[in-house]
Design a protein around this ligand. Structure first.
Ligand SMILES: [Zn+2]
Length: 446
């Protein structure tokens, strides 16, 4: 048993939202009890005690949309790549990178991403992967790294026709094989979705093949109207809006995630709501790609389940939260807008999205919930409780304040040191693979 105590506990459980000197007792993969440090120490004298050192104990963060494939891109400049629109960003940067990813490159991307996630207190990721350099086995390679390093994940491969019929077939087969594997394995640490890149690189025939290969096993995870490409392609080639295209192709539903949804009309939002489809927005990435601001406030009004991701722009969910709040206010020209929406996306809706895939409750500290718990090194100098925790997090905390990360009851990171993960070896492997990748992209040695 693990007993994490001597901290201020924010549970996100309305029954016991805050304990000023609290502790969390974890048995195996779940939380057994939340209570005062003294009481739980007395009750579980044999438990391994982990000292939060006065920090804030809280549920680990859930990132509802990220991309492991970008794991080796930090600091990379691709010579001659100077994108002036979103399609050029994809063609010059991301598609270029993922065409050079082998299974080893994918493994290194996964290791780099997971290392950063654990350090930033992210305990669950919904990943959307692409490695057109080597597709077969890529999701299984990521699974191996996730299991070894200890993160909870839901994976998919992005089907796209951009590299021809054979790669399209391979990407469909990779999703289907991995979904079958996860179904058989039935682990609460690893789930599968059926990925699609975006509507403008997928024909109706391919959608039909995806639905057939999926055979009702899981939901879809696809980018939707991130740039205007989807909107224009759907209108010109299919005579309808993007979400309508997804609807008639059988892609929408309660287990499907639509990434971004920037250029969606009110009628498309109604369709998303009526089919109980999920949306995940990634504000920092949207600003970085200059694609616009998603109508998040409107989607809340419509009752859509909308969560928060990072699109791998960062692994720090608090950075994404800050960006969501400020872009929504800026866009609405309203300084009091978006607070409940932005915090609701990260702290409530990401947990609800998690619940559509994982059996154990995530994003909450209470008996029976997943033992995914973090500690943030945060010293307040103003009143602090569950009533104003979101304000403290928005203006006072960042991901790197995480000092301790426990996932599925396994202590992975303690007092800013990795436990059981040889960080130097992981970094060396990532460096070796990134030199290889960068060398191929720029035709020179690093
Ligand atoms: Zn994305």
């Amino acid at each position: 048993m693990l007993l994490l105590g001597n901290g201020r506990v924010i549970t996100r459980d309305p029954a016991t939202p805050y304990l000023a000197d609290g502790a969390v007792a974890m048995e195996g993969e779940v939380i057994r009890e939340v209570g005062s440090t003294a009481a739980l120490k007395a009750k579980y004298p044999k438990a391994q005690f982990v000292d939060a050192r006065g920090g804030v104990i809280m549920p680990g963060f859930i990132n509802a949309h990220t991309h492991i494939y970008s794991g080796l891109a930090r600091g990379l400049a691709i010579e001659g790549n100077n994108p002036t629109n979103f399609l050029e960003v994809l063609e010059g940067t991301w598609w270029n990178i993922d065409r050079h990813l082998t299974l080893d490159g994918t493994r290194a991307c996964a290791a780099a991403t997971i290392l950063e996630c654990i350090r930033d207190g992210v305990t669950t990721i919904f990943d959307h992967h692409a490695s057109f350099g080597e597709i077969p086995g890529s999701l299984f390679a990521i699974e191996e790294v996730c299991e070894k390093m200890g993160i909870r994940a839901c994976l998919c491969y992005e089907v796209s026709e951009r590299d021809g019929a054979e790669k399209t077939r391979q990407s469909i087969e990779e999703n289907a094989a991995f979904a079958r594997h996860c179904k058989e394995k039935n682990s609460d640490m690893m789930k599968a979705m059926f990925g699609g890149h975006a509507l403008f690189t997928i024909s109706d025939k391919t959608f039909e093949e995806m639905v057939k290969a999926n055979d009702g096993m899981t939901g879809f995870h696809i980018h939707v109207s991130e740039g205007m490409n989807d909107v224009i392609d759907s209108r010109e080639n299919y005579g309808c809006r993007s979400v309508n295209r997804l609807y008639y192709n059988g892609i929408l539903g309660p287990k499907t995630i639509l990434g971004h949804c920037i250029h969606v009309s009110p009628a498309e939002m109604d369709l998303i709501r009526e089919t109980d489809t999920m949306v995940v927005n990634n504000p920092e990435s949207n600003m970085g790609n200059a694609v616009g601001c998603a109508p998040v406030l409107k989607m809340f009004e419509k009752g859509i389940l909308i969560g928060l991701g990072t699109d791998a722009y960062t692994h720090d969910m608090l950075e994404s939260l800050k960006a969501e709040l400020t872009i929504q206010r800026h866009n609405a020209c309203m300084p009091n807008a978006g607070w409940g929406e932005a915090t609701g996306m990260l702290f409530q809706n990401n947990a609800k999205i998690g619940a559509r895939y994982f059996e154990k409750p995530l994003g909450v500290l209470r008996p029976g919930a997943a033992a995914d718990v973090i500690v943030m090194d945060y010293r307040d100098f103003t009143p602090f409780s569950h009533e104003n925790i979101d304000g403290h997090m928005l203006f006072g905390m960042q991901g790197h304040d995480c000092t301790t990360t426990i996932i599925n009851g396994r202590l992975l990171y303690r007092d800013r040191q990795f436990v059981d993960i040889d960080e130097a070896a992981v970094r060396a492997f990532c460096l070796e693979q990134s030199k290889k990748l960068w060398g191929e992209l720029n035709h020179r040695a690093y």
